[in-house]
Write a protein that binds this ligand. Structure first.
Ligand SMILES: Nc1ncnc2c1ncn2[C@@H]1O[C@H](COP(=O)(O)OP(=O)(O)OP(=O)(O)O)[C@@H](O)[C@H]1O
Length: 267
């Protein structure tokens, strides 16, 4: 694979904490994502992956530092594919209305401009959804809605892409579409942070992978670590947020699996 110059930012988190009500969700996250890499985030249900993505989006009342180092110090554009969205069946919003909200400030009842409509059509074509352009969002199947979420992430061209389980509900053809988009983002040099449960896809498509457990980073490695039974055991053993059976040091770091990068391991 030839080297591509990064157009996306490096992302650095230092001692990021999040507590919702009385529940600690993120427990002192230190994490580095390199500029221009596809960095997968894996871990059991409820370990805090979506909360971390929402923290990066500025949607959570976190403490600690989140820093984006953009190439040339010029902030770029961010795309986000949420885990899923619910749509009221009675909501009179079509697929093209939904996507137009991201491209024009003019109220939708005044119409969608032709240039906007063309961009929407081009994005929908990339995900195989052109034929649903005028369907109501509430009438789409789960997989079709997921494809529309992928299409909206193509508007406008992004340098930082946050993906929260983008393959959920997709059929085989949809997965192939997603893999093409991910390859295109990687070739463009965008920085991609990708939450995913499909470890085989992570092995195939990511540059590095971070394992998360119970609100903490466990390790960061190249994806071949996912073939290592011990690594997987660390990742999925004792998964409950309230499970105190894993030994901890006084400062809260777990003895086994305190966040360790491949570089640290090699040193
Ligand atoms: N708004 C909220 N208020 C209270 N607790 C929340 C809130 N959002 C998330 N949580 C809790 O935070 C924990 C982490 O949730 P999060 O959605 O980040 O997990 P996840 O790793 O993305 O899980 P999954 O793989 O199932 O999507 C869960 O225990 C969840 O119940």
């Amino acid at each position: 694979m030839s080297a591509v110059s990064a157009i996306g930012p490096a992302v650095c988190l230092h001692d990021v904490r999040l507590q919702l009500g009385a529940t600690p969700i993120l427990n002192g996250i230190d994490w580095q994502v390199h500029a221009g890499e596809v960095h997968a985030l894996v871990g059991a249900n409820g370990c805090g992956k979506s909360s971390l993505i929402k923290t990066l989006l500025g949607q959570m009342p976190h403490r600690g530092e989140v820093t984006l180092h953009w190439p040339g110090d010029t902030p770029g554009t961010l795309a986000y594919v949420p885990q899923a969205i619910e749509c009221d069946r009675t909501l009179p919003m079509t697929v093209q209305d939904f996507m137009a909200c991201m491209l024009q400030s003019q109220p939708l009842f005044l119409g969608i401009r032709r240039a906007v409509r063309e961009r929407i059509a081009a994005a929908l074509e990339r995900v195989g959804m052109t034929h649903k352009m005028t369907s109501r969002m509430g009438d789409l199947s789960g997989g079709e809605r997921q494809r529309v979420l992928l299409a909206q992430s193509l508007l406008p061209q992004a340098q930082l892409v946050l993906l929260d389980e983008p393959m959920a509900a997709l059929d085989q053809a949809g997965i192939a579409v997603f893999e093409t988009l991910l390859t295109d983002w990687r070739r463009s040099g965008a920085t991609v942070i990708w939450v995913e449960h499909d470890l085989a896809a992570v092995c195939r498509l990511s540059s590095r992978v971070t394992a998360m457990r119970r609100g903490r980073m466990l390790w960061t490695r190249t994806p071949d670590a996912l073939h290592d039974a011990d690594m997987l055991l660390q990742l999925f053993a004792h998964t409950s947020m309230s499970d105190d059976s894993t030994p901890s040091t006084p400062n809260g770091q777990e003895k086994q699996g305190a966040h360790e990068t491949q570089e640290e391991k090699a040193a």
